[in-house]
Design a protein around this ligand. Sequence first.
Ligand code: URP
Ligand code: ZN
Ligand code: ZN
Length: 481
Amino acid sequence: MSDFETVVRGGTVVTAIDTVRADVGISGGRIVCVGQGLRGASEIDAGGLLVLPGGVDSHCHIEQLQEGGGADEESWITGSTACLAGGTTSVITFSTQFKGGGLLGPLAEYRRRADSAMVDYTFHQIITDATDAVVWDEIPQVVASGVRSLKVFLTYDPLYLDDRGFLRVLAAARRNGALVTVHCENYEAINWRTEALLKAGLTAPKYHAWSRPRMIEREATHRAIALAELVDQPIQIFHVSCSEVAEEVARAQAAGLKVWAESCPQYVTLTADDMDRPGFEGAKFMCSPSPRAREDHERLWAQIRRGTIDVMSSDHSGWSYTGPRGKRVNGVDAPFSAIPNGIPGLTSRLPILFSEGVVGGRIDLNRFVALTSTNPAKLFGLYPRKGSIAPGFDADLVMWDPTRTTTLRNDLMQHVMDYTPYEGMQVTGWPVATMRRGEVVMRDGMVSAPTGSGRFLARDAYPMIAPSGVLPDGFDASAFA
Ligand code: URP
Ligand code: ZN
Ligand code: ZN
């Protein structure tokens, strides 16, 4: 007689705080027990392997709708396959508002498209036009539907929101109990430098980095934090690329502000020089903010160890190299300003961070789990369903071989993209099986999750993102504007 439907036997279970040899007993898709000598109707041998909580990728772009119609090349089916192949079982992607349009129509379309997902998912709602209808009527409905995070871009046409619009979104988030995530770069400064670079004939992909040096990101981060403090609204700074930006976050955290920060594998592995590869190849490394210099990698790791940056997402972005909407959409002589931004990274996120972080001696195993699963689950209201291995959590597990060495190649990524910026990179540590809600959905690279087996993760109110109650002059402007 077995006590559990499934037991994952004999592995080393790693959470954000513990590393223990234990079996995991699973029934009804949930973890029921972590202990010794458990018996299951079916058993999975995890001897010699680490057992990690399924990865939570809290910032990735999948099947994102485009202004002129259609969507990103990375579909829910290919995106989910890539996630499961790399040990990620939950994602937060985006629902976009188009300027002049509302939120609810696109969100319904995103929900419909995500019906084919094989990972569990939710959305950040992008706000590009903070009209009265949006901030007073639609944001409350979006949050009530379980989408409890908003996203604002302080740069990029046509997504850019000016400071007034940003303040109105912060205020709406405060009224409705949502977190605001922010892409921090200075719109006017980028446009001014881009105009100058183009006039000077400096148009190759490498000049993307020249168009947005680090102080442009630092200024916008400083401003985002100050405006969030003005409204008393918690925020997360997206994709911190360098330590100068992290210092702005660290200062806010030391002052007791609810400001969190994420970074991504690209900012601890790639550099601006990668955009200077021959021909048009540099476009494969083009993302915003730009990757910086080699020295920045260690400084960023130090900020990760300090806890300033507590989430590592992929910022996977769905542009192929040769596809019809890809990097070469405007030709191979296109100026950097006409090349789509963003790079793929759903599958490579955990292997790169494990290899560079844990095997590289920069972080320990528990911090690796915290950065890639527990912290994003907590910050975005998915905890205690996702993000750890304990009774009551969904049985999302990754059986991880800590010694397996792999050379990254695009075909291992299993995304729809025709390239990986990490081609040829050697990593140590690899997911050999992924379990999602108690079912093995990937083994030795073969993804077997049925289309549509992913679930929408509705997020209720949670205390971590409640405002702190400290307001300038004690006046809550968000109640009025
Ligand atoms: O270049 C990037 N990061 N593209 C994806 C969109 C964004 O800014 O997050
Ligand atoms: Zn961004
Ligand atoms: Zn992004």
